[in-house]
Design a protein around this ligand. Structure first.
Ligand SMILES: Cc1cc2nc3c(=O)[nH]c(=O)nc-3n(C[C@H](O)[C@H](O)[C@H](O)COP(=O)(O)O)c2cc1C
Ligand code: SF4
Ligand code: SF4
Length: 252
């Protein structure tokens, strides 16, 4: 079973290809209340957020119940713009607490979906090369390969960078608004993994209590570009993986 999360489709596309190439099933973790794992393969596919494992995935792993008495082959494949930071060390620690060994890990570079807020252009080059990397990963997974280089301990540099970037993102992108050109298509409501967007009295609104995890699904998929995140808005066009359609990521 492949457990995945994706905001703008990069990780979904990688999970979909891996599921096909390794003949496995896949499950969106944001639609699961609880989960009992009873398979001999356990895969995780998700985006790197702030040099680490996003809280949604951390909470999912902490709650995951292991029902299998077979030896589990466990792997993590992340998508990112270029910096994995402490992601695999955190994964290793979370899984160790469940008596599971993270046998294999790898990363797939894809366009960094947050860059446009900081006035930078997306780099689309990785869209030409990522499939070769996924094919190689699938081949290694089918051979049950293990990653040989040992992960030692967390880097303080990345822990500091994680908190600085998280504070920065929270400060800059917290105040969210929906503009008048919203056509009430409810795409954002269906995409939000934390139920942070609701329809109330015929209006689409962000909840007053902010439980946004900054997956960017709402702002990157809105057909009218009607969503604003604070004063830092998308400077470049919207980005989502070109081979994914939004219905594939709907949560409800
Ligand atoms: C809040 C946030 C933080 C991010 N932090 C990192 C990071 O630390 N390192 C990195 O290489 N990419 C980072 N990215 C880029 C994403 O990891 C990358 O675009 C990923 O492929 C998106 O996957 P998705 O389309 O499945 O959501 C970040 C993106 C967001 C939205
Ligand atoms: S996705 Fe955009 S247009 Fe559709 S309901 Fe949300 S804000 Fe309105
Ligand atoms: S409100 Fe936040 S968590 Fe919900 S879709 Fe938008 S960015 Fe993602």
């Amino acid at each position: 079973m492949i457990y995945y999360f994706s905001g703008t489709g990069n990780s979904y596309q990688v999970a979909k290809l891996l599921a096909y190439l390794t003949q496995d099933k896949m499950q969106d973790i944001s639609t699961l209340k609880d989960c009992k794992h009873d398979d001999s393969v356990m895969g995780f596919v998700f985006p790197v957020h702030c040099y680490d494992v996003l809280d949604l995935m951390q909470d999912f792993i902490k709650k995951l119940e292991i029902k299998s008495d077979k030896k589990i082959y466990c792997y993590a494949v992340v998508t990112c713009g270029g910096k994995v930071g402490n992601t695999f060390i955190t994964m290793q620690d979370l899984l160790k607490a469940k008596n599971i060994n993270l046998a294999y890990r790898n990363e797939v570079y894809l366009p960094d979906n947050i860059l446009s807020f900081w006035g930078k252009k997306y780099n689309y080059n990785s869209l030409n090369t990522y499939k070769d990397k996924v094919l190689k990963i699938a081949e290694e997974l089918n051979q049950r390969k293990t990653s040989n280089n040992v992960l030692v301990k967390k880097s303080w540099w990345y822990i500091i960078k994680k908190y600085i970037s998280w504070l920065f993102i929270n400060k800059c992108l917290q105040k969210k608004t929906i503009k008048k050109n919203c056509i009430h298509c409810k795409r954002c409501v269906k995409l939000c993994p934390t139920n942070n967007i609701i329809e109330e009295a015929g209006k689409i609104k962000f909840k007053s209590k902010n439980n946004c995890i900054y997956c960017l699904a709402c702002i990157q998929w809105c057909p009218m570009q009607a969503i604003n995140f604070g004063n830092y808005n998308l400077k470049d066009k919207q980005y989502h993986h070109p081979e994914v359609v939004e219905n594939e990521l709907f949560k409800r």
